[in-house]
Design a protein around this ligand. Structure first.
Ligand SMILES: [Zn+2]
Length: 259
């Protein structure tokens, strides 16, 4: 009797396979095709303890455990790739701060610089509709600074308003155009009253996790970490190549020339 071979009795084999995967004996007994009677529980228990069946169950359990361990190894590799993607993604692809001229950098005579006539007219109208007592407290808007303002204008280093520092605005990118890595970095997007709120995953945490994985290899190099280490290296090389690096990558060890 070799426990590596399936049991001759087909029902016994079905029963053993099911018990080995953790299905309770009684259910496995019925699933294997035995009648679901009052004595099924006791009969299942007896069958489970029969030496041939018990040996087969024990062998199958070990096989399944080994297969599961193999799956865990694949998970390590997957996890490593996820952390690497998050750790190295460029947040600028999702959100960036654009700095440019302030409203006074290019305003004529140091006055407020309007985008266009419409913008000025809107502001003037708002002022004109104020009750007289409020109007008295606010200066009437004028267009002496002129038109043509844009954040893309260069900062005026001599600006008396911003002292040459300009002004900044946060720009949210079109996430549909972001790279897969940047999209992986994205945790949540929310439309709020004040605009779009974007949250990204913690890149330092991802780096920390990668560090832990690499640290684990040092102690246990021949064990489960190896696959993840290979995946990490492969992914780094992939990335560097994709970024247009000129570093030559050797695909294989060059063979020694016979002398
Ligand atoms: Zn300025």
């Amino acid at each position: 009797m070799n426990p590596e071979e399936p049991l001759e009795n087909w029902k016994h084999e079905q029963f053993a396979c099911q018990v080995a995967t953790g299905i309770p004996a009684r259910a496995a007994y019925v699933n294997a095709g035995y009648k679901d009677t009052k004595s099924a529980e006791a009969s299942a228990s007896i069958l489970q303890r029969t030496p041939k069946v018990a040996a087969r169950i024990s062998h199958l359990k070990k096989t399944y455990a080994a297969a599961q361990a193999e799956e865990v190894k694949v998970d390590d590799v997957w996890l490593t790739r996820q952390y690497l993607t998050v750790a190295t993604a460029d947040p600028n692809e999702l959100i960036r701060v654009k700095t440019g001229a302030c409203r006074y950098c290019h305003g004529a005579n140091g006055e407020y610089h309007w985008r266009n006539r419409d913008e000025f007219a809107r502001h003037h109208r708002t002022w004109a509709m104020l009750p007289p007592e409020k109007q008295a407290t606010r200066e009437e808007p004028n267009d002496l600074g002129g038109y043509g303002y844009s954040l893309h204008l260069p900062i005026n280093p001599d600006c008396g308003n911003c002292d040459g520092l300009g002004t900044s605005r946060v720009a949210v990118a079109d996430t549909a155009k972001a790279s897969p890595a940047a999209r992986r970095l994205l945790a949540t997007i929310k439309q709020t009253r004040d605009g779009v709120e974007i949250k990204v995953h913690d890149q330092m945490h991802a780096l920390d996790q990668l560090g832990r994985i690499i640290g684990a290899f040092e102690k246990d190099n021949k064990q489960k970490g190896e696959g993840a280490a290979d995946a990490l290296m492969a992914a780094i090389l992939e990335r560097t190549k994709a970024a247009g690096s000129k570093i030559p990558f050797a695909t294989a060890q060059p063979e020694d020339k016979p002398e």
